[in-house]
Design a protein. Structure first.
Lengths: 119, 113
């Protein structure tokens, strides 16, 4: 059974960098999927942040492209998100997911981790 | 405002049929990209409900069905049950310069009366 688990600080100060890691079990991140970050602002809908293909190619939401970086750690079967220069508008639940195909669907999701941006 | 438009809320009595629409444009659904649907219960991660416009993952009841036509898609739920009360999201892909990438609809809250 494929499982994903997000981890990282729950509180980040404004202007700093948010760093999250998604640990994957039951599948190899080198196996051909798009490893994805999605967030959900409190009480709002889902927002795609970006994904990384197993080859290392990355794709980002246009509005976040200048601040987001997604990377793979194949030795630990993890992938990560870094979001720089955060503001209160980045406070959200962050989910990692496995997506099948460039325009595909998320078939496995992590439970999510809440990140609050506050001084 | 989401590029994929869903009604904010729908409701129905137990046993009834409800539909949730997802309206896009020529750069996403109308361009031939697949539509997928998710169910999100309160406090949980989204769960894949329909993929590839009309396919159900293993374990999803056949009360849930999806369709797509032109620049829109729909999720239908028949035999409504109390446990279906949740938020539902459509998802597709957009190829325009300003919105390129994965898109989600704004979500629809289903209330079972």
């Amino acid at each position: 059974q494929v499982q994903l688990q997000e981890s990282g600080p729950g509180l980040v100060k404004p202007s700093q960098t948010l760093s999250l890691t998604c640990t994957v079990s039951g599948d190899s991140i080198s196996g051909g999927y798009y490893w994805t970050w999605i967030r959900q602002h409190p009480g709002k809908g889902l927002e795609w942040i970006g994904y990384i293909y197993y080859s290392g190619s990355t794709y980002y939401r246009p509005s976040l492209r200048s601040r987001a970086t997604i990377s793979l750690d194949t030795s630990n079967n993890q992938f990560s998100l870094k979001l720089s220069f955060v503001t209160a508008a980045d406070t959200a639940m962050y989910f990692c997911a496995r997506v099948s195909g460039h325009s595909g669907y998320g078939d496995y999701w992590g439970q999510g981790t809440l990140v609050t941006v506050s001084s | 405002q989401s590029v994929l438009t869903q009604p904010p809320s729908v409701s129905g009595a137990p046993g009834q049929r409800v539909t949730i629409s997802c309206t896009g444009s020529s750069s996403n659904i109308g361009a031939g990209y697949d539509v997928h649907w998710y169910q999100q219960l309160p406090g949980t991660a989204p769960k894949l409900l329909i993929y590839g416009n009309r396919n159900r993952p293993s374990g999803v009841p056949d009360r849930f069905s999806g369709s797509k036509s032109g620049t829109s898609a729909s999720l239908a739920i028949t035999g409504l049950q109390a446990e279906d009360e949740a938020d539902y999201y459509c998802q597709s892909y957009d190829s325009s310069l300003s919105n390129s990438g994965v898109l989600f609809g704004g979500g629809t809250k289903l209330t079972v009366l």
